[in-house]
Design a protein around this ligand. Structure first.
Ligand code: NAD
Length: 477
């Protein structure tokens, strides 16, 4: 089994403890590699490397066009490893090869996009009085620690790292213990791009060990966390104890409203990608559909046909559509949710249980007659389980969709754009998709309402959260 290491100060570093984390292919449950497990020693090394690079001011003093060119170089080198890295990502995460390669290319796009903004972040002059010249300067925080989840192991690295780098911070990334290998290939691209030492460090260790130590490290000045609400709250507490800022991007329980005039084929295509794609392990998964009574049966027939038609298999097999869940635990959890829904009165019109084959596959599951108080309607399942809730009038549809502690995504399916805009204005979520789930890009702000977190990644304004404002007043008298 091939062994991978942590990327610290541009070197490949083993764990002093010699402990490793073994990584599985979720399609076969067989090990595909292992990585040196970062502990306190390696976290210290990575943070020190980042701190030294920050204190050296190498990125801060670099002319901004040079910084932008370096970011374009990172983008180019990332594209060059997209096939190799995508294959690794596909094997460790389970998603399709095409989606995994796209993830690498998306990271490259992030770097290109933010490269173009490095020299457009401007301060202000502020009128104070005739004998004071007052201006603001935007400055990085210092060492920024990024903790990422396993469902989009590279994309989550790319979106925060590109902002962190563009604004002059030095970064330590802790990858998820289930999917740490693809980031080592990204690290090779960073080496090829000749990123100066210590500016970007990538380590992997367990969340409750390396992760919590990293966040509470005295030399970490800024935290970016993407993951579950439960962990996000712990991170926020740790950051509050140190009075440092945290960007938090958390889970979701997103609902799409299907009005009677909707094109039901749009709904089905969205279901294909947004609840059955990546086996439903998507923060903005379309996990609930709030459907008008008059069209519910027709939509259910179409969703059952879709579920039956999905080709099940490993992500690296040609034509696969329904890929495995990430782990045995995740499969137990998702199957448990489906079972609880059925026990509480929902009807599984398709699926409802695991698929008996090697690996961690769950049937594409459509639950009808779901009620708002059922666990499947309230908790993030993170699997291919779609809950159908019925409504009769528009206000009721909005109230069902908003009846959740989360607020990441929301959707509406209708041919009437006035109704779509009215619905979008009422939905309590950070993004609203009209007639097609996932309409956004690297340029559109992404984040949550309510417990899904309050930050925004992607787009121009994301950069603000990586910068602090210094005000300078010069007495002219
Ligand atoms: P998780 O919270 O269990 O883990 C996320 C990361 O946090 C991992 O790297 C883990 O090692 C680390 N971690 C765990 N405990 C920690 C601690 N005490 N201190 C510091 N770090 C710790 O989440 P997960 O299961 O890996 O990911 C799935 C969750 O992520 C879902 O809820 C999903 O909705 C969410 N997510 C959100 C977004 C978004 O942009 N809003 C994107 C992707 C995933």
């Amino acid at each position: 089994m091939e062994k991978y290491k942590n990327f610290i100060n541009n070197s490949w570093v083993d764990s002093e403890s010699k402990e490793t984390i073994k990584v599985e292919d979720p399609a076969t449950a067989k090990y595909i590699g292992e990585i040196a497990c970062a502990k306190k020693t390696e976290v210290d090394l990575a943070v020190n490397a980042a701190k030294e690079s920050f204190n050296s001011r190498i990125l801060i003093d670099m002319p901004l066009l040079e910084r932008a060119k370096l970011m374009h170089k990172i983008a180019d080198e990332t594209r060059k490893v997209a096939q190799e890295g995508g294959k690794m990502l596909c094997y460790e995460n389970g998603k399709t090869l095409a989606a995994a390669i796209k993830e690498f290319n998306d990271v490259a796009d992030m770097f290109d996009y933010y490269a173009g903004l490095t020299d457009k972040l401007e301060g202000k002059t502020i009128p104070v009085s005739h004998n004071v010249f007052d201006y603001t300067v935007l400055e990085p925080f210092g060492v920024s620690a990024h903790i990422v989840p396993w469902n989009y192991p590279l994309a989550m690295v790319g979106r925060s790292l590109a902002c962190s780098f563009a604004t002059g911070n030095s970064t330590v990334i802790k990858t998820a213990e289930l999917t740490p290998l693809s980031a080592t290939i990204f690290a090779k691209a960073l080496q090829k791009a000749e990123v100066p030492k210590g500016l970007i460090n990538i380590i992997c260790g367990y969340g409750n060990e390396a992760g919590s130590y990293l966040v509470s490290h005295p030399d970490v000045n800024h935290v970016v966390f993407t993951g579950s609400v439960a962990t996000g709250k712990k991170i926020l507490h740790a950051c509050a104890d140190k009075a440092i800022p945290a960007i938090v991007e958390l889970g979701g329980k997103s609902a799409g409203i299907v009005y009677p005039d909707a094109d039901l084929n749009d709904v089905v295509e969205s279901a294909r990608h947004a609840i059955f794609g990546v086996a439903g392990q998507i923060c903005t998964a379309m996990s609930r559909l709030v459907v008008h009574k008059s069209i519910k049966n027709e939509l259910l027939d179409k969703l059952v046909n879709l579920s039956k038609s999905l080709k099940v298999g490993a992500g690296y097999e040609e034509g696969t559509e329904l890929t495995p869940l990430i782990s045995s635990n995740q499969l137990d959890k998702v199957e448990g949710y489906a079972r609880s829904g059925i026990q509480q009165g929902a009807e599984a019109v398709h699926g409802g249980k695991r698929i008996e084959r090697e690996g961690y596959f769950m049937e594409a599951t459509v639950l009808n007659n779901v009620k708002q108080d059922m666990t499947v309607a309230r908790e993030e399942i993170f699997g291919p389980v779609l809950s159908i809730l019925e409504y009769q009038d528009n206000e009721e549809a909005i109230s069902i969709a908003n009846d959740t502690d989360y607020g990441l995504g929301g959707g509406v399916f209708t041919k009437d754009l006035n109704k779509a805009a009215w619905t979008a204005s009422k939905l309590q979520s950070g993004q609203v998709y009209v007639n097609k789930w996932f309409t956004g890009s690297h340029a559109t702000p992404f984040g949550g309402y309510k417990q899904s977190g309050y930050s925004r990644e992607k787009g121009i304004q994301a950069l603000n959260a990586y910068l602090q404002i210094k005000n300078v007043g010069i007495s002219l008298s």
